[in-house]
Design a protein around this ligand. Structure first.
Ligand code: NDP
Ligand code: HSE
Length: 449
């Protein structure tokens, strides 16, 4: 009997191309488009189906722009974002802002498209409604690029640490302000000059106030806190203070006393709930966060089982951010091909989000006081009255008496033990009204000790 010859297995039909709509062709969008066109074969092989860039929505398609007409065919540009979204399998939103980004993402989700966004401002404000819509439609809404640019942090916190208990997240999550503070520290630049440089380098948001005043970092802090603590945190629940009041003198003083000034995003779980805040802080020079230079970002995550973890890399800029967007896009394409969906939003813990006044931290207060006997005791008395404990005091000579005044001034540098924000605010107010206090030069929090 002849050996049985198995019938040839029909080769599975090649999957059809997935249609990718790109919303935005600015700093990030240009790099996403370039990669989709220049590395189409690799990306398609990794995704499991060809990824076809079918169009790029912009505000003004006639404006000359880098790469368009060469790498990026001009015909791909359109001002009709809605029609572009309607025909897409995968939508990448890198236009920024709340509207029309929100409506377009919602339109894409409702039509069954998988969505990738880098838009932290939108997620920190409207995330829950969009995640609910994505769950209902059975599609992915991915956002790795929305926090810390190229650094994989969303996926590690949401997926790799899903079996652990995160206690604290502490990070530098805004490249612009880190660049600005670093330039002020190392080159003595003024804040405005350094901001201008950051804009030219493509780090800053369209409106750099979002960076300088801490809104961008607050949006990222809200997203990170939501993921870390399985609790919905919106941007308006984040205590926020930017760097606009940080002076070159503060930065120089910090260095003289062993610190670097950094804009930190801090999210921690206490026995009372979740505290989320963004503010400039003094970080000891021997702490790894003090060594984060330029537009780089770094995030510490402290978890019960894993212990401390650190994530470091480029937090802004076109190519680094496009890397995270493309990673999400390949993942979304894979999910779409198998008819599955990535992780759902997890908000089951629903912990209380604490008001700003409940935050507990250490402070460094710099004062100019009259240089005469008993002043230090008066100052110490005010702190004691408010239950704020002094860790160290350092006095340096100020100005000698001038114009017939009885006393000159001395500069006092007080570092406190951990105290409640509310107690410190009341202390500063009382010090301001104390007769020998000539000026409260600065009040900065101390973190990472
Ligand atoms: P840009 O301002 O450089 O680009 C925005 C793009 O969106 C432009 O091409 C613009 O069109 C287009 N656009 C804006 N509004 C509309 C609209 N109403 N209709 C059609 N197109 C529109 O922004 P970025 O690339 O810097 O940032 C994009 C997103 O990525 C933002 O959410 C940002 O927060 C986020 N992000 C940015 C990072 C960065 O380093 N830049 C890092 C991480 C996240 P036109 O060109 O015609 O003006
Ligand atoms: N403007 C942001 C920054 C871009 O400076 O970090 C990255 O989100």
């Amino acid at each position: 009997m002849p050996a049985h010859t198995p019938a040839p297995v029909p080769s599975p039909a090649a999957p059809r191309a997935l249609r990718v709509a790109l919303l935005g062709c600015g700093v990030v969008g240009t790099q996403v488009a370039r990669a989709l066109l220049e590395h189409a074969e690799d990306l398609s092989a990794r995704a499991g189906a060809p990824l076809e860039l079918v169009g790029i929505a912009v505000r003004d398609a006639s404006r000359p722009r880098d790469g368009v007409g060469t790498v990026i065919p001009r015909e791909l540009l359109t001002e009709d974002a809605e029609s572009l979204v309607d025909g897409a399998d995968l939508v990448v939103e890198v236009m920024g802002g709340i509207e029309p980004a929100r409506t377009l993402i919602r339109r894409a989700i409702d039509a069954g498209a998988f969505v990738v966004t880098a838009n932290k401002a939108l997620l920190a404000e409207q995330g829950p409604a969009l995640f609910e819509a994505a769950d209902a439609a059975g599609v992915d809404l991915s956002f790795e690029a929305a926090v810390a640019g190229a650094i994989p942090i969303v996926r590690p916190v949401r997926e790799s640490l899903a079996g652990d208990h995160v206690r604290r997240v502490l990070g530098i999550v805004n490249g612009t302000t880190n660049y600005v503070l670093d330039q002020m520290d190392t080159h003595g630049l003024e804040l405005s000059q350094a901001v201008k440089e950051a804009q030219e380098l493509g780090y800053a948001e369209a409106d750099p106030t979002a960076d300088v005043e801490g809104f961008d970092a607050a949006a990222k802090a809200a997203i990170l806190a939501s993921l870390a603590f399985h609790t919905r945190v919106s941007i308006d629940q984040v205590a926020r203070e930017g760097i606009s009041s940080v002076t070159a003198d503060d930065v120089a003083w910090a260095r003289r006393t062993g610190y670097a000034v950094k804009l930190l995003a801090i999210a921690e779980q206490t026995s009372e709930g979740v505290s989320v805040r963004v503010h400039p802080a003094l970080v000891p020079l021997d702490h790894p966060l003090a060594a984060v230079r330029g537009a780089f970002n770094a995030i510490f995550v402290e978890a019960d089982g894993a212990g401390p973890l650190m994530f470091y890399g480029q937090g802004a800029g076109g190519r680094p951010t496009a890397s995270a967007v493309l990673g999400d896009l390949v993942s979304a394409a894979r999910d779409r091909l198998v008819g599955g969906k990535g992780p759902h939003e997890s908000a089951y813990a629903s912990l209380p989000v604490l008001p700003p006044a409940a935050a507990v931290t250490r402070y460094q207060v710099r004062l100019l006081v009259a240089d005469r006997p008993g002043v230090l005791a008066q100052v110490a008395g005010v702190l004691a009255d408010h239950g704020v404990s002094i860790d160290t005091v350092r006095q340096t000579a100020g100005e000698p008496p001038v114009g017939g005044a009885e006393t000159g001034t001395a500069s006092l540098l007080l570092t406190t033990h951990a105290a409640r924000e509310a107690s410190l605010a009341a202390t500063v107010e009382a010090l301001d009204g104390l007769e020998p206090v000539r000026e409260i030069t600065s009040v900065l929090r101390v973190e990472g000790v």
